[in-house]
Structure formats: structure tokens, C-alpha cells
Design a protein around this ligand. Structure first.
Ligand SMILES: *[C@@H]1O[C@H](CO)[C@@H](O)[C@H](O)[C@H]1NC(C)=O
Ligand SMILES: *[C@@H]1O[C@H](CO)[C@@H](O)[C@H](O)[C@H]1NC(C)=O
Length: 534
């Protein structure tokens, strides 16, 4: 694990020792040389990006450049009207500002983690569940990450109920419309064997039980230990219990340590992706590394279903807004039909737009040359909206540009499998930035915390929207003042170690549980320990 704190102190003290007595001519010259080398380098870099950008724009944005020039950033329209030389200097100016402000390690290094490390081993009292005469079958619902965390919960539930778990069926009806089975997405044999010491898992229900009457249950969401012990008793006459939904059926908090660790063993070790997914995922991470060394994985949740579901139409055309409204009203399981987009946005309930993400990352100090992997499905409106991010960060990489057609062929018609690739690339990235807080964002953030508090920058959307609106009305300008406010706002939003947050105060009953931070978003303290504890 990288220990940034001590490394930092060491290098600092050694330089101060050699410099302390003699701030000599040599030192000063060295500084000047370094500084100018740095700016020349940045200049060359930004020029390269401009030409990259130009190519991109030519290739991908020709049709839209006319009609959308109005909605483009001030920065871009400026560069169009000025002679090339000035244009490049403007780039250089903007490119240099944040680089000089923010030290490299602040942009990229993992959070100092105080010697914390993953801990998933059971305690000495722990015993495997013996249950062999009762079976639990599960229909896992939702997208990939909802299913993964749901399955981890079901492993714990089967353990508590002293039952054998049948490999879960995956959701084929959700928005994802994916026909993948468990073994298409996960390494089934590994799943079964790595949980051997916990409970029995079988591929299928034994033949003789296929026709016996089953107890069909919708377990209450966020239930605790007592609920499932009670269920085990009241359903003791059934040999097969069918669970209709797996998402959020288990409480986040107040469960025995061994149950929490079992959830972590399942999610972080047992639920390994299937070989083809793991292999391609690793390959793509290597390709990203070979392109630029470090990269940001941006979960750009600017997809049609999300915008329609949240009713966020800010920055969209009337036709687009109308299309999203119709989709929402005709999707039965989305309960809220009438949504005031303005209120959603002010409340911080909208995914950031590609343009907003661009402003955000630039304000944080990431230089335009930063390599950004877009972990997402199809971006709504495609290049029209993406161009507003690409104008600031031309080095955007998509699955489709990173992998060959041949490599992606087996995955493209399976949303869950492509999401698994995004998951791997996001967990492995140097910096993970989710533009919205969904299941994927939570799962990736939690996994990164577990693996050593890798940097996850969660945008404070409510705070940012206020700044964005000030920019739009001209009360604030981009540059160092915006930068310092954005950086200040996100000092403690970068995935540094902290214990999982409880419920918001003042709430009672189920509403409380809903506002707790998810166990899988932050498995500290149960699955992350200080050196002495384990
Ligand atoms: C679990 O089930 C097995 C039989 O399947 C039984 O022998 C054992 O006593 C049960 N354990 C508990 C704690 O109920
Ligand atoms: C939506 O909410 C905003 C802010 O509260 C308000 O000004 C606006 O009139 C509302 N729009 C509609 C269509 O109700």
C-alpha cells in the first residue's frame, strides 16, 4: 500500500537538510531550469491536445458544430473568433493555471490510510452453516451492481437461515434487458468453492425438490438478524424458500461482525467475474496505463434511463425533454411521474452534465491532457453533449476506442457484462469520479475504500450547481477563484478513511434505514481494520 504521508515527510526532510545552509546560486538556477522545463513541457502538451482536439472535432462533431455553437462554453466561442496564436496562448494560460496550483500528489495519490487494511477473516467463534435439508432460491433484481450486492446479502441471509443457497437467477427483465446467466458474469465454481467454509451453495435445486411447494417471500428491506432468525423458524416446514427480490434486503448496520465479514468475503472475493470478463478487463486497464500512465475513470451517468428516471432536463432541448418525459410516464415501475427539473437540480438530485463534469475536473486542477476513461453506457445525445466535455479534456477514452470490435463482440449485447468491464476499469483507476450516486458509484467507491482508500472524488452536486448557476449568470468566472472554491468544497469528498455514516438525525422507523450510508459504499469499520486489530 502506498504510504503517502511518510514518503512525503522523508523527501521533505532530506531536501531541507541539503538546502538549509546554502540557498546557493546552484539551487536557484536549478529551480529556474526546472520551472521553465516544466512550462515548455506543458506548452507542448497542450498544443498536442489542441491538435488532437481539432481532429476529434473534425471527425466526430462536424454536423453539430454549427447548430450548437451557442450552447458551447464561453471558452470555445472565444477561441473560434481569435487568431490561432492567441487561441493557443489562451489554452496555455488555462492549462497552466491549475497545474501550478495543485501538486501532482494531491491530484493522484491515494488518501493517507493510517495503516488500515482489508480484514475479512471470520472471528474464532464463527462456524460454517450446516444447513443441507433446506434450500433458498433467489431471483436477483436490478442492474449488475444491484445484483452483486444483493447476492452478497443473500449469501448472508442463507447463512443466517441455515440453508443451502441455489445459484441465483439473474434479472432479465430490468431496463438492462440482459439474458446473461450467473455463470456468464461470474466465475461460478470459484463462487461455490471460496464460500465452502461458510455455507453450502449448489448449482441447481435437487430434482426431487423441484415440484414440492415453495414458500415465496418478499423479505422486508433492510432487515436485521432477528427478522431472518424469525423467518427461519416460521418457514421451518418448507424445504424450499423462494426469494423474489434480492436488493437491499439486509440491514447496513447492527449486524454481527461475522455476518458483515461474510458479506465482504462474498462481494470482494467470491463474486469474481467470469474468465472472459476478467481477462479483457485486465487487458483494457493495461492499455490505458500504456497510453498515459495514470487515468481517471469517470462514471458519466448521463444515460437516457437515468435522465428520464430523475426527470433532469437541464441543458436539454425541448424535444429531448419531451422524449424523456414520455419514457418516464410509460415505465410502470418508476413511480414518480411529475418532476420539476429545476427543483431536482437545485436539490443536487441530477447527474452532472458532461459540460459540468468538465468544469468540475478543470477546477479541481486536472490538466487538459488528463486521460479519462468514460465508464458508462450510451451517453444521451451522444457527441452533442460529449463535445462539451471533450473541448476541455480531449483525451477521452471509451470502451469502443480502447478495445477492438472483435474483443467487444461477445459483450455488446449484454449490458451487465459491459458494465462488469467498466467496474474493473473503475476499481483499478487512479481516480474514480461518479457524476451521480447510483449503485455502481457506491459499489466502486466501497471496493476502492476496501482496497486501500483509492481516491474517489464525489461531486457535491448541490454545492456545485450553485456555482454553475453563478457562472452562467456571469456572477462568477472560471479560473482561480472558482478553482479554490471547488477544491475547498471537495477536500473531504475524496474517499479518505472514515467510518460509515449512520442515519440522518430526526428520522424514525424505515425512513431512518433509507438514509443510512450503504454498507457496500463503506465497509469500514467491519472489513477495514487497523494493523493491531487483526
Ligand atoms: C442447520 O441445519 C442442519 C441440517 O441441515 C442441522 O443439523 C443443524 O443443527 C442446523 N443448525 C442450526 C444452528 O440450526
Ligand atoms: C419548478 O420549480 C421552480 C423552483 O421552485 C419554480 O420557479 C418553477 O415555476 C417550477 N416549474 C413548474 C413548471 O412548476
Amino acid at each position: 500500500m502506498v504510504n503517502r504521508g511518510s514518503h512525503h515527510t522523508r523527501s521533505f526532510s532530506s531536501t531541507s537538510k541539503s538546502v538549509s545552509r546554502k540557498p546557493s546560486f546552484f539551487t536557484i538556477t536549478l529551480c529556474i531550469i526546472l520551472l521553465s522545463a516544466c512550462s515548455i513541457f506543458t506548452f507542448l502538451f497542450s498544443i498536442r491536445n489542441i491538435s488532437d482536439d481539432d481532429d476529434h472535432q473534425k471527425d466526430r462533431l462536424v454536423e453539430h458544430s454549427e447548430s450548437h455553437s451557442q450552447s458551447k462554453s464561453q471558452f470555445q466561442s472565444e477561441s473560434q473568433s481569435l487568431p490561432v496564436k492567441v487561441d493557443r496562448l489562451a489554452w496555455l494560460h488555462l492549462a497552466l493555471l491549475p497545474i501550478l496550483q495543485v501538486p501532482d500528489e494531491q491530484l493522484w495519490d491515494v488518501s493517507f490510510s493510517y495503516g488500515l487494511h482489508p480484514c475479512v477473516k471470520p472471528t474464532s467463534e464463527y462456524q460454517a452453516a450446516q444447513g443441507s435439508d433446506r434450500y433458498i432460491t433467489v431471483r436477483s433484481n436490478g442492474g449488475l451492481n444491484q445484483m452483486r450486492t444483493g447476492i452478497s446479502d443473500m449469501v448472508a441471509v442463507a447463512y443466517i437461515m441455515n440453508a443451502t443457497l441455489v445459484i441465483p437467477q439473474l434479472d432479465k427483465r430490468s431496463f438492462w434487458q440482459d439474458s446473461s446467466t450467473f455463470s456468464d458474469i461470474f466465475d461460478e465454481l470459484h463462487f461455490i468453492t471460496s464460500l465452502q467454509g461458510d455455507l453450502r451453495i449448489v448449482r441447481e435445486l435437487p430434482k426431487e425438490l423441484e415440484s414440492v411447494p415453495r414458500a415465496r417471500k418478499h423479505f422486508t428491506s433492510w432487515s436485521g438478524m432477528g427478522y431472518y432468525e424469525e423467518m427461519a423458524k416460521s418457514l421451518k416446514d418448507y424445504r424450499v424458500i423462494h426469494v423474489a427480490k434480492s436488493d437491499s434486503r439486509l440491514a447496513n448496520n447492527d449486524l454481527p461482525l461475522d455476518i458483515q465479514r461474510l458479506r465482504c468475503r462474498t462481494l470482494y472475493h467470491a463474486l469474481r467475474f467470469s474468465m472472459p470478463i476478467e481477462i479483457l478487463g485486465k487487458k483494457l486497464v493495461e492499455r490505458l496505463r500504456s497510453r498515459g500512465g495514470r487515468y481517471i475513470a469517470l462514471h458519466l451517468r448521463y444515460e437516457k434511463d437515468m435522465l428520464s428516471f430523475t426527470g433532469c432536463t437541464y441543458g436539454l432541448t425541448d424535444a429531448e425533454s419531451e422524449e424523456l418525459r414520455i419514457m418516464r410516464e410509460s415505465t410502470n415501475h418508476w413511480k414518480v411521474k411529475k418532476i420539476n427539473s429545476t427543483e431536482q437540480r437545485i436539490g443536487g438530485l441530477c447527474p452532472l452534465t458532461p459540460k459540468e463534469v468538465g468544469i468540475f475536473l478543470q477546477a479541481l486542477g486536472y490538466p487538459p491532457s488528463t486521460l479519462i476513461y468514460i465508464a458508462a453506457g450510451e451517453i444521451y445525445g451522444g457527441n452533442i453533449h460529449l463535445s462539451e466535455l471533450m473541448s476541455r479534456f480531449p483525451n477521452l477514452v471509451f470502451k469502443e476506442t480502447l478495445a477492438t470490435k472483435e474483443e467487444l463482440k461477445a459483450f455488446t449485447s449484454h449490458a451487465s457484462q459491459t458494465a462488469a468491464l467498466d467496474y474493473i476499469i473503475s476499481v483499478e483507476s487512479d481516480v474514480f469520479v461518479p457524476s451521480y450516486s447510483g449503485n455502481m458509484a457506491r459499489a466502486v467507491e466501497g471496493h476502492r475504500r476496501f482496497l486501500g482508500h483509492r481516491k474517489t472524488i464525489t461531486p457535491d452536486r448541490r454545492g456545485l450547481v450553485k456555482l454553475f448557476d453563478k457562472l452562467e449568470s456571469g456572477r462568477l468566472r472560471e479560473g482561480s477563484s472558482l478553482s479554490s472554491r471547488v477544491q475547498q468544497m471537495h477536500k473531504s469528498w475524496q474517499g479518505a478513511p472514515r467510518k460509515r455514516k449512520g442515519a440522518l438525525p430526526g428520522l424514525k422507523g424505515r425512513a431512518r434505514l433509507r438514509t443510512e450510508e450503504s454498507f457496500y459504499e463503506n465497509p469500514y469499520p467491519e472489513c477495514i481494520c487497523s494493523s493491531k486489530a487483526v
